[in-house]
Write a protein that binds this ligand. Structure first.
Ligand code: PDD
Length: 277
C-alpha cells in the first residue's frame, strides 16, 4: 500500500513524519477526505478548492495547485488499485523548532495522503442510526477543515460510549452539526439545515444534497433551527463524505417520527445515488 509524502509515493511502512512537524505538535494544518467510487474521485474539485480556502483562512497558501493534487491522488488510487473507499490528505505548516508563532514562509509544508478501502454505508443508510445531543464546545472557526479535531472527537466518543453512531452538537439552543457530518431536519416536506457560516463546516455532501433538492422541487431552507425543532422534526438525516445521506431514527433515546427512515430522506438518498453514478 502506497502513501504520498511531499510528492513521493512510498510504502506505508516506510512513511515517517518528523516529531517537530507543526501538524503533529499544534494541529497546525488543514485536511480533506474525498470519496472514491468505482476508482474515481467524487466531487474532487470541490474538496480540493475547499482545501485551498481552509489553507488561506489559516494564513497558509498551499504550495500545490488543485490540479497538481488531483494528479497525485489519481496516481495514488491507481497504485493502490482502490475501487471503493476514501482518500485522506492533510497539509501542515511544516517542520520547525517548536514555537507558537508561524515559521518563516520558506519552511516547506508537509503534504501527506493515504487511501482506505471501504464500501458505501449501505446498512446505516437503510436502517438509520441513533444519536445523542452534546453541547458544541468547539472554537468559532468551524468552517475551516482544521486538523484540530479535539472538540469533534470528544463529541463522537460520547456518542460511542452511549452506544450511538453520531453526536448532534448544539450551541445553547441552536443545532449546529454532527461530530463529522452535517445535520438536516425535515418538517412538512421542507429540508432545513444550519446556514454555512463560521459555526459549521460547509459539507460538500451538504451542498450536493441542497443542489439535488433544489433541482427536484424539494424545498430547502438554510437557517438556524432550535433543539425544539430538532425534537419535533418529521425526519432528520446527517450528510457527509463517509456517511453520505444517513437517516437518524433516534435522539437520546427518543424516536424521530415513527422511528424509521422517512420518505423524504429516502428520496434524497435516491437523488444522491444518481449524482454519484
Ligand atoms: N468529515 N462537518 C464536520 C465537522 C465534518 O468533519 C464533516 C466531514 C462534515 C461533512 O463534510 P463533507 O460532506 O464535505 O464530507 C461536516 C470528514 C468526512 C472526516 O473528518 O472524516
Amino acid at each position: 500500500e502506497y502513501v504520498i509524502i511531499n510528492g513521493d509515493f512510498i510504502n506505508r511502512s516506510d512513511a515517517k513524519i518528523d516529531m517537530e512537524d507543526r501538524g503533529y505538535q499544534f494541529g497546525d494544518g488543514v485536511y480533506e477526505v474525498i470519496r472514491v467510487y468505482n476508482g474515481k474521485m467524487f466531487t474532487a474539485k470541490e474538496h480540493l478548492e475547499r482545501l485551498m480556502v481552509s489553507g488561506k483562512k489559516i494564513g497558509m497558501e498551499i504550495s500545490y495547485s488543485v490540479q497538481e493534487i488531483k494528479d497525485m491522488l489519481t496516481e495514488l488510487i491507481s497504485k493502490n488499485q482502490l475501487t471503493h473507499g476514501t482518500i485522506y490528505m492533510q497539509v501542515s505548516r511544516g517542520i520547525a523548532p517548536r514555537n507558537h508563532a508561524y515559521p518563516a514562509t520558506d519552511v516547506a509544508q508537509t503534504f501527506v495522503a493515504n487511501t482506505k478501502s471501504v464500501d458505501r454505508p449501505a446498512r446505516n443508510m437503510e436502517k438509520g442510526v441513533n444519536t445523542i445531543l452534546v453541547e458544541d464546545i468547539r472554537w468559532l472557526l468551524c468552517d475551516i477543515k482544521s486538523l484540530n479535531l479535539l472538540g469533534n472527537i470528544m463529541a463522537k466518543q460520547k456518542a460511542v460510549d452511549a452506544g450511538c453512531f453520531e453526536a448532534i452538537q448544539h450551541r445553547g439552543d441552536i443545532v449546529t452539526e454532527g461530530s463529522s457530518s452535517n445535520v438536516s431536519i425535515i418538517k412538512d416536506g421542507k429540508v432545513i439545515t444550519h446556514p454555512a457560516d463560521n459555526l459549521i463546516l460547509n459539507g460538500i455532501t451538504r451542498q450536493k444534497v441542497l443542489e439535488v433538492c433544489r433541482n427536484n422541487n424539494i424545498p430547502v431552507e438554510e437557517r438556524e433551527f432550535s433543539l425544539e425543532e430538532l425534537k419535533s422534526a418529521d425526519e432528520i438525516f446527517i450528510s457527509g463524505t463517509t456517511v453520505e445521506v444517513t437517516p437518524i431514527i433516534e435522539i437520546a433515546g427518543e424516536k424521530v417520527g415513527d422511528g424509521t427512515p422517512g420518505a423524504v430522506s429516502r428520496q434524497i438518498q435516491e437523488l444522491f445515488k444518481k449524482a454519484i453514478e
